[in-house]
Design a protein around this ligand. Sequence first.
Ligand code: RIB
Length: 310
Amino acid sequence: MAKTSHVAVVGSANIDLTTFNDRWPRGGETIFGERFDIGFGGKGANQAVAAKLCGADVSMVACVGNDLFGPSTVENFKAQGINAEHVKIVEGVSSGVAPIFVDTASGQNRILVVPGANNKVLPATVDAAADRLKTADCIVLQFEIPLETVYYTIRFAHENGIRCILNPAPGQPVDMSQVANLDYFVPNETEAEAVTGIAVGSVDDAKRCAEKLLGAGIKRVIITLGSMGSLLAGADGMEHVPAFEVEAVDTTGAGDAFIGSFSVFLGEGLEEKDAVRRANLYAGLSTTGVGTQKSFLDRAAFDAAWAERG
Ligand code: RIB
């Protein structure tokens, strides 16, 4: 029986407002869209839900607004069985929202994030949750909260001997000296480019990127490459881990599915490459459904898929 790990996510919670269409308006133009979907999202919240569905105990540290969306976001965490003691409803700001545009032909997404209350996740928020965070086996971070808080939490995890995984999304320039103590740095192609300046269109590009990141002091890098799979890199070498073939209808949240599930597979004691392979499948399968959290499989469904395809 695998160990139940405790994953803590310090990160964002958004409401996703997703429009599906095969073309997009030009400036000054109005056109009809095909379909709309609303759901709970935010990279942090999605990663927390993926970890919970994969079987971990999960704690969330986040902020939402006192508006239509905030209280229901807190309820969603509770309904999922996630500890939401440190999800705060703050006054005077909106909840985070994400208008998302999904191309119906390819399933590819374009996302705008309006952070709102996510910007209120401050080092003091982390201090307030410190006792809970100290009980975690792994802390997971993204870039949808202030960078100051991300760097502070990396230090916190390091000082307390807790594994720390950073998903630098959305992509932005990073102070490398602040992230050297991470256990895993997990960008996708565009995020890797934002950090290194190297465009990633192939596995070889990803290798060049990973080399630069390792050279800057990061210990382990995983670059997720969508339908090309993932690249796992460390001082001991680099390995391309291919993706599983799926019929994608909506790729939104696939990176979050990868990170949340990877944190659990690793926490269960699986060998790193095996954890990446499983996370590749978990993320791939999430693209076969619409939305983010609601497209994630629970553990029983994932184990059945793994038994068939793994
Ligand atoms: O990674 C997908 C997520 O990015 C969406 O849920 C959206 O809220 C943005 O945070």
